[in-house]
Design a protein around this ligand. Structure first.
Ligand code: DX5
Ligand code: ZN
Length: 220
């Protein structure tokens, strides 16, 4: 349990008027991935960014873009986000009719495929797709907004998914998204997560604080 978790700052909490600069700052501050929250005002009640913005941000860092798609229907946009520079593409089973096909398509584009479980989605959704995923993302808030409180019931789900992943013997990432802060990060890690998304907790205090914020989340 000694290895520090990977930290994926959600740029939803960054200053949208200077996203390139913000990405360079979190890169220099020691983040591991860049978490990009894509929302369509339909699958979730908020609208954020599209493939053109992802493409514009791509030259600002070499770190992996972890693109969380909260859009429906999702299949139509997979190619565009892959071409824009996504490295990991995560999708909600509720966002399309055939999650297995969607995951296969992401992998056929040469990208890592992730499945996202909403707070009320049961982990059994993984049973027939676990061989087709590189990452499982557990939502510890309802998707749509940054700055919400961590839903504690998700800890049991993280534990259950950790057991499923270990049973596969494969190196599947277990990522947690929503309300991750200095208090909840150790709980998520203790339950078996190895990647933490953090918007508010990374960007709090402005660029001078990013390195310290990331260090604290890593438990260093
Ligand atoms: C919510 C997004 C999260 C969110 C996290 O729909 O998927 O990535 O931005 O923000 P915090 O860390 O502030 O809860
Ligand atoms: Zn997210």
């Amino acid at each position: 349990m000694a290895t520090a978790p990977l930290i994926a700052p959600s740029i939803l909490s960054a200053d949208f008027a200077k996203l390139g600069e913000e990405i360079r700052a979190i890169d220099a501050a020691g983040c591991d991935w860049i978490h990009v929250d894509v929302m369509d005002g339909h699958f979730v009640p908020n609208i954020t960014i599209g493939p053109a913005v992802v493409k514009a941000l791509r030259p600002h860092t070499k770190k992996p873009f972890d693109v969380h798609l909260m859009i429906s229907p999702v299949d139509t946009y997979l190619d565009a986000f892959a071409q824009a520079g996504a490295d990991i593409i995560t999708v909600h089973p509720e966002a399309g009719p055939h999650i297995h096909r969607t995951l296969q398509h992401i992998r056929s584009l040469g990208k890592k495929a992730g499945v996202v479980l909403n707070p009320a989605t049961h982990e059994s959704v993984l049973d027939y797709i676990i061989d087709d995923v590189d990452l499982v993302l557990v939502m510890s808030v309802n998707p749509g907004f940054g700055g919400q409180s961590f839903i504690d019931s998700q800890l049991r789900k993280i534990e259950a998914i950790r057991r499923k992943i270990d049973a596969t013997g494969r190196d599947i990432h277990l990522e947690v998204d929503g309300g991750v802060d200095v208090k909840t990060a150790p709980l998520a890690i203790g339950a078996g997560a190895d990647v933490l998304v953090a918007g508010t907790a990374t960007f709090r205090g402005g660029p001078g604080k990013y390195a310290e914020n990331i260090k604290v989340l890593k438990g260093l």
